[in-house]
Write a protein that binds this ligand. Structure first.
Ligand SMILES: C[S@@+](CC[C@H](N)C(=O)[O-])C[C@H]1O[C@@H](n2cnc3c(N)ncnc32)[C@H](O)[C@@H]1O
Length: 214
């Protein structure tokens, strides 16, 4: 049977924990969000339509993507307190009408099939025990012609110092789970297991991504 549990350290977070989580992500990884968002817009030119952010956390990625496009972004986030912090971040940027976090599990995305032009999932992949299942969900919600980007990159617009610092902090905080972002062959295997054939693995010094095309 499929294992759809979520790491316990996330599930037990109350609102104070979620605020600390958000603070830490901002202190440690903030340069990654504008960098990845800028690269996405340049590489894929996706400026309109529906985007889904799987494991959106406190919505920092969604906010940066939203600022650079006309996308309407739905987030899937399993932890209620993190969702609440995401709402606060979105509200303080004045983006309430364009970013909608939804308390939900990536194993059963609450979106219709073929509804998304773009799916992003950054830094959540290591949490999924049944990775092929989430990838199948991502593929299901993508429109024909849509693109999915799943992984843990920092984007090419960070400085070398920022990159080294973020990689070191990621490795320290994720410990063994950080290996997921250094395993391109495993990512390839997982995607194949999900039954997806049109994809490309991108693995360079700025991180690991799977680019999926439907
Ligand atoms: C390390 S954070 C990354 C957050 C954000 N994407 C970023 O780049 O900062 C991973 C997030 O994925 C969420 N998550 C983990 N498993 C999930 C699942 N099965 N469904 C939805 N969200 C999940 C966690 O609660 C957490 O907020």
């Amino acid at each position: 049977m499929s294992d759809n549990r979520v790491p316990a350290e996330y599930m037990k977070m109350d609102i104070a924990d979620a605020q600390r989580f958000d603070q830490k992500v901002k202190e440690n990884f903030m340069p990654a969000f504008p960098s990845v968002a800028r690269q996405i817009i340049e590489d894929y030119g996706i400026l309109e339509g529906i985007c889904i952010d799987v494991g959106c956390g406190s919505a920092l990625m969604a906010i940066e993507l939203c600022k650079r496009s006309n996308l309407r972004i739905y987030g899937s986030e399993i932890v209620k307190s993190i969702c609440q912090v995401a709402y606060k971040n979105i509200e303080s940027e004045g983006l309430r009408d364009r970013i909608i976090p939804i308390l939900s599990n990536a194993y059963n995305l609450p979106f219709k099939s073929e509804s998304a032009d773009f799916v992003i999932s950054r830094g959540s992949y290591h949490c999924w025990r049944d990775k092929p299942r989430v990838l199948r969900e991502i593929y299901r919600v993508l429109k024909e012609g849509g693109i999915g980007l799943v992984g843990g990159g920092f984007g090419k617009y960070v400085t070398n110092n920022e990159l080294d610092r973020m990689i070191a902090l990621r490795d320290k905080s994720l410990k063994d789970d950080a290996k997921a972002y250094r395993a391109p062959d495993k990512l390839k295997e997982v995607i194949r297991e999900a039954g997806i054939s049109n994809f490309r693995i991108i693995y360079d010094k700025t991180g690991l991504w799977a680019e999926i095309k439907k």
